[in-house]
Design a protein around this ligand. Structure first.
Ligand SMILES: [Zn+2]
Length: 154
């Protein structure tokens, strides 16, 4: 068996190693630029990851809002034709798709399920907005800390 020898010295300065060092330098610079330090940044990051953890993309979310109104169907023999009758309860889901407003009638037996899906959709959108807002604030902090590195610990 041949004794294990350390690699020849010039291997440390091979082309691929130089590239690795350069890539690490790029990553480090990028990381420093995008990862602000300090308690405020830590708080924002923690809040963000809590939200991300709580909201893995749920598959059944619905957009828009659920509302109900009373309608008269127009049949003269229907109970809703009477003046004191409140009319038929009509539920509808109003939502936007690709910039166009849609109103979908929701049958009564669907209402509870659709309501839950709409509420979950709204909670999800709120969480996404909060994560994006936290990212923007972290970016502002990173920029501020880059401008004045001496104030980092304040
Ligand atoms: Zn009617």
């Amino acid at each position: 068996m041949r004794p294990v020898r350390p690699p020849p010295r010039q291997a440390l300065f091979s082309h691929s190693k130089q590239r690795l060092v350069f890539l690490f330098f790029l990553w480090y610079t990028y990381h420093k630029m995008t990862e602000p330090q300090g308690p405020q940044a830590a708080r924002l990051r923690q809040h963000k990851f809590e939200l991300l953890h709580r909201f893995p993309i749920p598959p059944d979310l619905l957009p828009g809002s659920l509302s109900f109104s009373h309608l008269r169907c127009g049949k003269p023999t229907c109970h809703c034709a009477k003046a004191k009758d409140p009319g038929h309860e009509v539920w509808s889901l109003t939502f936007m798709v690709a910039g166009h407003k849609h109103v979908q009638h929701i049958p009564k037996p669907w209402v509870e399920q659709v309501r839950k899906r709409v509420e979950a959709g709204r909670a999800f959108q709120d969480a996404v907005r909060e994560v994006l807002a936290a990212n923007a604030q972290l970016l502002v902090l990173a920029r501020r800390q880059q401008k004045s590195p001496k104030k980092r610990r304040s």
